[in-house]
Structure formats: structure tokens, C-alpha cells
Design a protein around this ligand. Structure first.
Ligand SMILES: [Fe+2]
Ligand SMILES: [Fe+2]
Length: 149
């Protein structure tokens, strides 16, 4: 893979992670349930770490990390307006589930790229985080955590 292509692909992952990051921040404002909130906060921090480690790789390979937080195919969770209209914990979790399906799909493709070993290791690490995020959110929805009071 050409370095220019590598940088472009890593920047597309940054856009997605940046978008996930801002979506998580918006959703966190609507979550009051403490156990869920602390877990979702950890995942928000994971996305921040992903942006940092992807940015580090881009700089190492001579590129400039994008600052654009809009995924080019659309948004992690739909428009900001849609997020503002999300009702309660159930709506928040379902919105995050939609977004995490997207990050999981993208990272599952990214780990099959023909890229240098150091890049692949980070993509694989990030993908493990994304799998954990989706697993937790799927379980929380299956358990209908919003009915626990
Ligand atoms: Fe991420
Ligand atoms: Fe995630």
C-alpha cells in the first residue's frame, strides 16, 4: 500500500472515531443511570485514545491527521438534531448500538488491510475495544436496563 493511501485510510478511521467521540459526549448528557454512565464514559475515552493512536501513526508515516469530525459517509448517529431528540436511556443505547455496528464493520475491514505491522497492531487493538463496546451495548439492550428502577 502506498503511504498516501495508508494516510488516507487512517484518516477515514479518525473521522469515524472523532464522530463517535462527539456522539458519545452528546449521549452522555442524557444518561443518568450511574453504572451505564461510567461504562459509556470509558468507551468515550477509548474513542479519544483511538483518535490519538491513529494520529500518531499518520504523523509517523509523514501525513497530517484530519481534524474533521464528520464521517464522510454520514454521521455515527445521524444528525446532531436527531441526538438531541433521543428519548431517555433506551433511545441513547439504541443510537449508540447503530453507531457501534458501523465502527465494528469498519474496523473489521481495517484489520484486513495490507499495512505495516505497527499499524496493524493498533488497528487490531482498537477493534478489540470496538467489539467490547458493541457487546456491552447489545447486552444492556437485551437486559432492558432502562426498566430497572
Ligand atoms: Fe473507536
Ligand atoms: Fe466504540
Amino acid at each position: 500500500m502506498l503511504e498516501s493511501e495508508l494516510i488516507e485510510k487512517l484518516n477515514s478511521m479518525i473521522r469515524l472515531d472523532n464522530d463517535a467521540l462527539s456522539s458519545y459526549n452528546k449521549v452522555l448528557d442524557n444518561i443518568n443511570e450511574q453504572v451505564i454512565k461510567s461504562e459509556i464514559t470509558k468507551y468515550r475515552d477509548d474513542h479519544l485514545r483511538h483518535v490519538d493512536n491513529l494520529s500518531g501513526l499518520i504523523i509517523k508515516y509523514g501525513g497530517v491527521p484530519t481534524r474533521d469530525d464528520k464521517d464522510i459517509r454520514g454521521l455515527f448517529l445521524g444528525s446532531a438534531t436527531a441526538i438531541q431528540n433521543i428519548a431517555g436511556l433506551q433511545g441513547s443505547l439504541m443510537a449508540l448500538q447503530t453507531g457501534e455496528k458501523l465502527t465494528n464493520k469498519d474496523y473489521s475491514e481495517a484489520v484486513s488491510w495490507n499495512v505495516p505491522e505497527d499499524v496493524l497492531l493498533i488497528l487490531k487493538d482498537n477493534y478489540e475495544d470496538e467489539k467490547r463496546h458493541l457487546r456491552f451495548i447489545n447486552q444492556a439492550i437485551a437486559d432492558k436496563v432502562w426498566e430497572r428502577r
